[in-house]
Design a protein around this ligand. Structure first.
Ligand code: GDP
Ligand code: MG
Length: 762
């Protein structure tokens, strides 16, 4: 099978093209670092199938960033049959810089001029024929987003792949090209592949190249003595770059013909709609508050039980007449309660809660169906161990996990829309401004943002952080960003009555916000301790806003749904079986079924309970051990926390999930908060732990493990005792809270002053 590689600048549209060509659903992100690893897929519309490789976005083939190394090594070592160089046509000059380097390699190249839809919309024109003649390779205008001309592009690439191609340099300076020629000949003599490419890089004194070919260095040095460049002196990397740009601006300025009307206005760049939106959304002062408001509404629409704040206004819907009863049934999915016994509705639920109610009705009736099947066999069967295993053990837990699907999908729908429209890229940019003060760059924010989805790819994405310290810190902070699998925990806790009067949406919002705040406090703390105040630079392009594409958004949701359901059917179902066994038998398991409170699991939970005792949630004599067990099963997968609790409560009470769902048993409000924060900050699941193990040195990994443990334990401890103090004497709680905030704020001031002093010293 032939192999085609996609190469291009970040944000040139590689991943979009890759997805359209291969029908994959790789993540299209607007930031660097999303595609660190290469991705592969198959294109099937040619006479034979072609393997397509999506490489990380790069600006040049110098080996300075991990992305550059991955892409360069791939092309030099794997020798694809054709390189498709994607060029953002709206940024032609800058993009061609990479092209001039790719052309130096002995490989067939086709240039894809992407974003032609934008060019057209602006009324501009591209001269592809002239470009193609100058570059000496085929040039095809495409729109990856609108899937325009993609088959033509692939046909050209296929044609090109059938012929060999010699590398070609664009450097015209006589002395310089002379030197390159000499080095190239020397490389050829040694039988090195891609002699031209290596020659240019050696002249640039590229790190990898000088290490590999030390023997040729004296020759280069000798020549350099006679070479004089007025602007750049002996910085040969700059001399070569300058030669490339000279060539580009000389030849290609005419390939892009800007709209005549623009030229008449002779404004260097017109103010687009995107710029106008950015004036508001990236405003110096309002940007962050605006982001917080947007996030609040997302959580409110997804998790709130009272969308229009009816509770606050003292309104409710009473089942006094047929219409009200109909409304209550519609919003709660309650089909079975007689009208006279319907409960009043304290508010109109958000879409998320509304969908969840109906999902609960659906999964609930499936459960009832299964139970009644067992009931057909009479009481003996209903009370048998296998009925207990299926109904109490498996279904209770799975039902709980699956009923959160609508809310999780809704949450990700909102995030996907923000991402695909280009807003999330702005958020990274806005936060970069703020994060710098705390010793983190916006570059670190990107893995963090990924962490809201899943910590595993997020931890792997820290590979793009060149600064080792920043990388380690970012990995440690990962649990602060509540991953998708933790969402069911918050939803479960938000729905419980113990937080009487507390809006569910607000509860979840606070959890997320507290996570982010903790990350900031930690970063601040690390900065206090470190002498090094360096923050790595963050270069990012902001793509123009565009309408989110249904295809991208749906693909993302489909991936999430698949992942979630598969996880429920495999890992979570398996752990539910283990939990059922451990919670239905004594240590002497051959003696038969036992009461859950005498089981092995209860004993294990009680031992763990001593350890968690200071955190509050395990203190209840009868049920406390279940919470301890749930925090441990959460290591397998975070959804397991909910599955375990639902299953254990179901077995303990003999009650259905619906009944249990309405109240958490044996835990105080402070205990709920403590339980939430412990689970937020503690060790992520095993998959994420092993990802961290893979990315960090052994010592750093163990520091990370220790940190996760200490952070979660201390946070839960403080929250539990301060929370308890509130319920004893609210003013005492308030006083302690203020004192704690005071400590954090003063630490902030200390850091700010120190940074200022260091900046002045430099
Ligand atoms: P990559 O970094 O090269 O992988 O680029 P992406 O595929 O992630 O695309 C970056 C941004 O450009 C995304 O917001 C895409 O939706 C957008 N984009 C990609 N191709 C096109 C195109 O042909 N036209 C327009 N208007 N936008 C595009
Ligand atoms: Mg990409």
């Amino acid at each position: 099978m032939k192999n085609f590689a996609l190469i291009g600048n970040p944000n040139s549209g590689k991943t979009t093209l890759f997805n359209s060509l291969t029908g994959s659903t790789a993540h299209v992100g607007n930031w660097p670092g999303v595609t660190v690893e290469k991705k592969e897929g198959v294109y099937k519309k040619l006479q034979e199938q072609v393997n397509i490789v999506d490489l990380p976005g790069i600006y040049s083939l110098s080996p300075y960033t991990p992305e550059e190394v991955v892409s360069r090594d791939y092309i030099l070592n794997e020798k694809p049959d054709c390189v498709i160089n994607i060029v953002d046509a709206t940024n032609l000059e800058r993009n061609l810089y990479l092209t001039t380097q790719v052309l130096e390699i002995d490989v067939p190249v086709v240039v894809a001029l992407n974003m032609s839809d934008v060019v057209r919309k602006n009324g501009d024109k591209l001269d592809t024929k002239m470009l193609s003649e100058k570059l000496g390779v085929p040039v095809v205008e495409i729109s990856a987003l609108k899937s325009e001309n993609l088959d033509e592009l692939m046909k050209e690439a296929f044609k090109a792949s059938n012929n060999k191609r010699q590398g070609k340099s664009v450097i015209e300076d006589k002395d310089l090209s002379h030197l390159i020629k000499d080095v190239e000949i020397a490389f050829k003599g040694k039988g090195v592949e891609n002699p031209l490419f290596h020659a240019v890089k050696l002249v640039e004194l590229d790190e990898i190249e000088t290490k590999m070919h030390e023997d040729l260095l004296p020759m280069v040095e000798e020549f350099k003595k006679t070479f004089k460049n007025e602007t750049f002196g002996s910085d040969f990397e700059a001399v070569v770059a300058d030669a490339r740009y000279n060539y580009i601006s000389k030849n290609y300025a005419s390939a892009y013909q800007a709209n005549k009307n623009d030229a008449e206005n002779d404004s260097p760049r017109k103010i687009t709609k995107s710029d106008k939106i950015d004036k508001v959304l990236t405003h110096r002062i309002w940007a962050i508050p605006l982001f917080i408001v947007i996030m609040f509404f997302i959580f409110h629409f997804t998790f709130s039980e009272d969308l229009f704040f009816m509770g606050a206004m003292g309104l409710s819907i009473e089942p006094t007449n047929g219409f009200n009863a109909f409304l209550i049934r519609t919003f709660t999915g309650d089909l079975s309660t007689p009208t006279s016994e319907l409960e009043a509705l304290g508010g109109i639920p958000s879409l998320g809660v509304w969908l969840q109610s109906w999902m609960g009705t659906l999964t609930g009736s499936i459960m009832d169906g299964v139970s009644s099947l067992f009931a057909l066999g009479g009481d003996a069967v209903l009370e048998s161990w296998y009925a207990s295993l299926v109904v109490d053990g498996l279904l209770n837990g799975l039902d709980a996990v699956l009923s959160f699907i609508p809310q999780i999908l809704l949450l990700f729908l909102f995030i996907a829309i923000l991402e695909d429209s280009g807003y999330m890229a702005r958020v990274a940019f806005i936060l970069d401004r703020a994060f710098r003060k705390f010793g983190l760059s916006g570059k670190a924010f990107i893995p963090m943002l990924t962490g809201f989805g899943c910590s595993v790819p997020a931890i792997m994405a820290t590979r793009t952080l060149e600064d080792e310290k920043e990388k380690n810190r970012t990995i440690r902070l990962m649990t602060c960003f509540s991953c998708g699998a933790k969402a069911p925990i918050w939803t479960m806790l938000a729905a419980v009555g113990v937080l009487a009067g507390f809006n569910g949406g607000l509860f979840v919002f606070i959890i997320y916000l507290a996570g982010i705040s903790m990350a900031i406090v930690y970063a601040l703390f690390m900065k206090l301790l470190s002498k090094d105040q360096y923050v790595s630079p963050f270069i990012m392009e902001l793509p123009a806003y565009h309408m989110p594409q249904a295809r991208n958004v749906l693909a993302l949701l489909w991936e999430k749904l698949k992942h979630y359901v598969i996880k429920a059917a495999t890992i979570i179902a398996a752990s539910l079986l283990v939990i059922w066994f451990l919670s239905n038998f004594r240590w002497a398991f051959w003696q038969g079924l036992c009461d859950i409170h005498d089981s092995m699991l209860a004993d294990i939970g009680r031992v763990l309970g001593y350890f968690f005792w200071p955190l509050g949630f395990s203190q209840n004599q009868q049920y406390g051990w279940m919470y301890s067990v749930a925090t441990v099963t959460g290591l397998v997968a975070k959804e397991d926390v909910v599955a375990t609790l639902a299953s254990l409560f179901g077995m303990a009470e003999g009650a259905s999930e619906a009944e249990v769902g309405s109240q958490l048993i044996g835990i105080s409000a402070a205990g709920v908060w403590s339980f939430a924060f412990y689970n937020l900050f503690t060790f992520p699941c095993f998959a994420a732990i092993s990802a961290a193990h893979g990315e960090q040195s052994r010592k750093q990994f163990w520091i990370t493990m220790a940190w996760w443990f200490v952070m979660s334990y201390v946070a839960a401890l403080v929250i539990y005792w301060v929370g308890t103090l509130y319920s004893v004497a609210w003013w005492g709680g308030l006083l302690v809270t203020l004192a704690l905030v005071g400590v954090v704020v003063s630490a902030g001031i200390v850091v700010a002053n120190r940074t200022k002093r260091l900046a002045q010293a430099n």
